[in-house]
Design a protein around this ligand. Sequence first.
Ligand code: URA
Length: 202
Amino acid sequence: MIENPGERLRSLALRMERQLETPLAEQRRQNEKHLVFGAGDPAAEVVFVGEAPGRREAESGEPFVGAAGKLLEALLSEIGLERGAVYITNVVKDRPPGNRRPRVGEIESYKPYLIRQLDIIQPEIIVPLGLVASKVVLEMFAAGPGSHTMGALHGHIFECDAAWGEIRILPMYHPAASFYGSLSKADLQEDFKVLQDILGGV
Ligand code: URA
């Protein structure tokens, strides 16, 4: 029996929940927190990939439900997209302690699950949010330059081949960057405008 993408994603999430090989899985269990696998349309045209869940996400099991998530939703809605019409996930699917950056070994051990997830959804556009996710996604599809800064990558379209066909990768600033740095909401809106233009032509 061929399962639909929603069922395949659900069984992948269940498998992930049960295994304890990924480095942050044991602390998730001990702290009675949730795996943050991903949410949205299992056959979405667009997949957003963040870095790692924060406290609110680990408590609810849903990606991007805190302040960065509210901003992401607002930016989506401004270009006519509902949160449920896209798929949202993270490179690392458990919260690193104290919200620290995920370590290289952690990223590596969660990466096969992201690859599997994308392989099931088969999106036409992948939007990595921030430098960690952008590097992972660009390297995954052998696209883009070796040395990256978000300033150089954001808003640029990288065309590449995935196992399921041609895809476009559109790195964007992480929405949380507008809370701490010199970035404004208008900077984020510019990148979303690029996404809107591509979608107009998909
Ligand atoms: N930041 C991320 O990168 N991912 C989340 O799920 C929440 C905040």
